[in-house]
Design a protein around this ligand. Structure first.
Ligand SMILES: Cc1cc2nc3c(=O)[nH]c(=O)nc-3n(C[C@H](O)[C@H](O)[C@H](O)COP(=O)(O)O)c2cc1C
Length: 205
């Protein structure tokens, strides 16, 4: 199959991209609006960007030509929290992704517990095994989307997903997003050490 992005609709391109770039990690992003309404929504166009400074990015699309609540809140407060999604959270994550009106508190709607963050106004999700408190670094407008970059200023990891002080993937059971309405849960992990041609570089990646 050969695909010409110019010849197909944005919707068809979207379905193709989410069917081929996978599994994608899910940022479950919690925010608060200036009026005090709490919000939480999943974003799988999500990536770590750099380690120093520690930046992460999420790509927030327009909805019917309007900004989504997450982007509005981030712009109002200048911060957000990225919460990790583990298997027990999946159903509530999907529920939070509905097009709920701005005045709906999505913590209440999903039965999730807002926990006060240490350094940012946005609350974190109490049920999530790991949360990254982020300050807005910048929003980059890219076509129909707003690539929202945050700097991690504090991280929280639940003790019960750690083994010897490290995140244990078997305990974390992270969820990835696939095409359509598919999700994958990481259960099979294979290990391959990288070949070393010299002294360790000390860098990541
Ligand atoms: C697993 C999953 C991943 C999603 N990823 C994105 C994404 O990367 N970007 C986006 O704009 N919307 C994404 N969505 C849709 C948003 O979650 C949805 O539009 C949500 O209502 C936005 O909420 P808000 O208006 O409270 O910000 C995703 C939905 C699901 C279920």
């Amino acid at each position: 199959m050969i695909l010409d992005p110019q010849a197909i609709s944005p919707g068809a391109m979207y379905r193709f991209m989410i069917g081929i770039v996978l599994p994608r990690p899910i940022a479950f992003v919690s925010t608060i609006g200036s009026g005090g309404v709490l919000n939480v929504a999943p974003f799988s166009y999500f990536m770590p960007i750099t380690n120093r400074p520690p930046l992460v990015g999420i790509s927030i699309n327009l909805r019917g030509g309007e900004h989504k609540d997450t982007l509005r809140n981030i712009r109002e407060t200048g911060d957000f929290v990225v919460n990790a999604v583990s298997e027990p959270l999946l159903e509530r994550v999907v529920k939070a992704s509905g097009d709920w009106p701005r005045e709906v508190d999505e913590f209440q709607l999903t039965g999730l517990t807002p926990v006060e963050s240490d350094l940012v106004q946005s609350p974190r999700v109490g049920e999530s095994p790991a949360s990254l408190e982020c300050r807005l670094h910048r929003v980059v407008e890219l076509g129909d989307a707003f690539f929202t970059v945050g700097e991690i200023v504090r991280a929280h990891v639940a003790e019960d997903v750690l083994t010897d002080g490290r995140v244990d993937i078997a305990k974390l059971r992270p969820v990835g997003r696939l095409g359509e309405d598919g999700y994958s849960i990481v259960r099979d992990v294979v290990h391959h050490a990288r070949p070393r041609a010299g002294p360790p570089s000390g860098g990541g990646g």
